[in-house]
Design a protein around this ligand. Sequence first.
Ligand code: ZN
Length: 337
Amino acid sequence: MTAPDSAARPSPVVPTVDYDQDGVQHGFLRLPYSRDDSAWGAIMIPLTVVKRGEGPTALLTGANHGDEYEGPVALFKLAGTLRAEEVTGRVIVVPAMNYPAFRAGRRTSPIDQGNLNRAFPGRADGTPTEKIADHFQRCLLPMAEYVLDVHSGGKTLDFVPFAAVHAVPDARQQARCAAAMRAFGAPYSLVLRELDSVGMYDTAAEAMGKVFVSTELGGGGTTTARSVAIAERGVRSFLRHARILTGAVEPTPTLNLGMPSDACYVVSEHAGLVEPCVDLGHPVRSGQLLARVHDVQRTGAPGIDYRARLDGLLVGRHFPGLAQVGDCLAVVAVPEG
Ligand code: ZN
């Protein structure tokens, strides 16, 4: 099916705030959603706009995936505390972007099974998840110069805390993204290589030339005091870097990492019980055992060894104790100068 009708149709999502008004406004993105328990109902996605005078706009989002919590914690708190007097320009805060997924504690939406970060550019006449994507694509992203999307591993992955950018074709944009990533000040800064970037919010923002930074700050479907502190400090540093908040960015030590090839990803070809053999953040050598997958259907079968394919650092790992065929077991990144 082609999408000319969708592209011509206005977004059905209506903000209850005025983006051009100075001050602090707490409101919603109202997405009509007719259903059994609310015939003319709507999904109400919380949003805060803080604006003062002229200046750049930053768009800050969490829970693009509903089971990742550093973003929502940091951004609900920021929305509740940020004062207009602190701001030059505009900050748009959407703490829980795929709100139905967030309320369900799931990566994807319980309504349409939509993975928002694979739904871009979305459709105005699509599912609720596609309508959210379309609204960000055509209404919110165009308003912003600086875009920060706070992720973590969710229920099935865990990461060392890193901020990330992708390699983009425009060297100037790449440098601006990398500078904003370093300003975020996570313990690790990674030039991320995606397995498949089609449909991602990242790709949409980068294609529009935005200064775009994402993160992976932890995982396992929860937060820690440390990961939340990294998110909160990072969000404020990002806004200082954009000169929307005054004050210098506090320099924080970060280790720069890259992902030179797909060999960084270790994917399970077996289902079973996972024995981690290296912990997150530890250095690994090519050939080193990273994890073993044990048969759970019988005793006496040898475990299957999964080894690093290059020298580096273990930055990501499978989180649940059981793995399926095709699960990402480990992610190795390589320190750069
Ligand atoms: Zn995510």
